[in-house]
Design a protein around this ligand. Structure first.
Ligand SMILES: Nc1ncnc2c1ncn2[C@@H]1O[C@H](COP(=O)(O)OP(=O)(O)OP(=O)(O)O)[C@@H](O)[C@H]1O
Length: 506
């Protein structure tokens, strides 16, 4: 027992059905350090941190805070012990202001019992200056960007006087610039004496901001090391248990005719702004075309228009010779068009359907899953799903019987990518396909996308990860303000060249 440690986990075990999400985990986090937690999708990272925050209860084991055994039954107990958590998915009320969200549940009142926001407001201002967390206290959550929403979540923990802050995959939703800002914020929190647990799949980030790293694999702790002692390749090896290659080998593309043609397309966002404005682009059979760009330049609306969720304002989308503007989502699927949506939390799957049902979500109504009388062939459904669950290494407590909503974020993503690749007989559009995935899974999905290309399919990749675009694509288009502002052949594409293209406005 030592007060040198802010947190000590001793023999933590947590079971979900037959799955041991945490298997006798003992782990210590020193006071005042940034301690990264690394592990494959489904390794048990969210489970152990949820136990710390009182969201779930361990089946066995003990937690010590500053050397004292504690009993954390719920988040209020965690707050009282000075533990705060910023979740992957923010828990903010969109119609409330920043201040209202921060004080939610502990609203300040004056001596007459009336709500008194003035004091809270100045406290929040003070904290935001102290920690460099730039926010507009009076803005409504729905009107601010994701980076600022995250700062509100961090301020919420500081307002509750958290000394220990857990950040669960905080960079998965951020743009590269916001990530840089968050790295600075984390270092500032540390310099002001806070203890940070930082969960991330991005090895570069761990190298930038963490002092110590601990690795979980299949629920067990496999090691802990000083970050300065490990290279990124070593971190990856510790995590998956074998060498990981960061670039995927590929042959020269055998390019065929145009499969996807987007002509002078304009699309309005659901809020009414023109987000895609005169966008023109072709994708041919046998090639991967990447769209590189900073978030918010029309990528989401383009993806939704391709999916058939948003109707174009003007312009045309063709698959082969056929204009698909008026085609329904199902008709597009029927044409051999697979698409992985950008946001797997709200699109692409049904949380309380099992994995087999989610696997056939877009094809259950036809052969081989239904016969002409409409009878479902459940066995075939389950068999096919099981093959893909194995191929894509989708880990869950009860195999195909697990509910999609119970899967870890990365495993959910893998299932959706597996389904859409299988549907994409002609065209595959993948939006942020590896967001939230561990390096091993990224390598696997990249290989499958290249294989799909080599089978003569057309692929459009929309990604904020420049490394991913450079690694996979045969041609790279840059998007800015809803338009394609330049296209480069992969052989001429460097980070600088693509970055320069992205900064162009036309
Ligand atoms: N409520 C639940 N019911 C059933 N299984 C669950 C539940 N919560 C988590 N699991 C399973 O426990 C395992 C560990 O999940 P956890 O979310 O801790 O992983 P993770 O390391 O955070 O993964 P990722 O990097 O993908 O977010 C996964 O296989 C997941 O499917």
């Amino acid at each position: 027992m030592s007060e040198e440690y802010a947190i000590e986990f001793k023999g933590i075990t947590k079971r979900f059905g037959s799955l041991l999400a945490n298997n006798d985990v003992s782990w210590r986090i020193k006071k005042g350090e940034v301690h990264a937690l690394l592990g494959e999708n489904g390794a048990g990272k969210s489970t152990i941190t949820s136990i710390l925050f009182g969201l779930i209860q361990a089946d066995a084991g003990e937690i010590l805070i500053y050397g004292k055994p504690v009993n954390i039954q719920n988040p209020n107990d965690a707050n009282a012990l000075g533990i705060g958590m910023v979740h992957q998915h923010f828990k903010l009320v969109p119609s409330y202001t920043v201040v209202e969200n921060i004080v939610l549940g502990m609203e300040p009142r004056n001596r007459f019992g009336h709500l008194d926001y003035a004091g809270a407001r100045s406290k929040i201002k003070e904290l935001s200056t102290q920690f460099g967390l730039d926010v507009d206290p009076d803005a409504k959550i729905r009107d601010i960007n994701v980076g600022m929403q995250q700062r509100v979540e961090i301020l919420k923990t500081l307002y509750r006087q958290a000394q220990i802050i857990v950040l669960d995959e905080p960079t998965a939703v951020l743009t590269p610039q916001e990530i840089d800002e968050l790295m600075q914020i984390i270092l500032r929190l540390k310099s002001q004496g806070r203890t940070i647990i930082f969960i991330s799949h991005k090895l570069k980030e761990i190298k930038t901001c963490a002092d110590q790293v601990t690795v979980l694999r299949r629920g067990q702790m496999v090691g802990s090391a000083l970050v300065s002692d490990c290279s990124e390749a070593e971190l990856a090896r510790m995590m998956v248990g074998h060498e990981v290659s960061f670039t995927t080998p590929k042959k020269k593309a055998q390019v065929g005719g145009a499969v996807l043609r987007i002509e002078d397309l304009s699309v309005r966002s659901p809020l009414g702004a023109l987000a895609v404005e005169g966008l023109t682009l072709n994708v041919h059979a046998g090639e991967i075309v990447g769209i590189a760009g900073v978030d918010g330049n029309g990528q989401s609306e383009l993806t939704l228009a391709l999916a058939g969720v948003l109707r174009p304002e003007s312009g045309k989308i063709f698959i082969g010779k056929e204009c698909i503007n008026q085609k329904s989502v199902r008709q597009r699927v029927e044409m051999g068009f697979g698409l992985t949506p950008e946001n797997r939390e709200t699109q692409g799957g049904v949380g309380d359907f099992n994995l087999a049902e989610n696997y056939v979500l877009k094809s259950y109504y036809k052969e081989p899953y239904s016969n002409r009388f409409g009878w479902l062939n459940k066995k075939r459904m389950i068999d096919d799903a099981q093959v893909q669950l194995e191929n894509f290494d989708v880990r869950s407590a009860d195999g195909w019987r697990s509910m999609l909503g119970d899967l870890s974020g990365g495993n959910r993503q893998k299932l959706i990518v597996a389904r859409e690749i299988a549907l994409a007989d002609k065209l595959l559009v993948v939006s942020q396909p590896t967001r939230g995935l561990d390096v091993g899974s990224i390598e696997y999905i990249h290989r499958r996308i290249i294989e799909h290309r080599d089978q003569g399919k057309a692929i459009l990749l929309i990604s904020f990860e420049l490394d991913e675009i450079l690694n996979l694509c045969d041609r790279i288009a840059a998007i800015s303000h809803g338009k394609i502002v330049g296209v480069l052949d992969a052989k001429d594409a460097t980070k600088q060249a693509v970055g320069q293209m992205m900064a162009t406005t036309r």
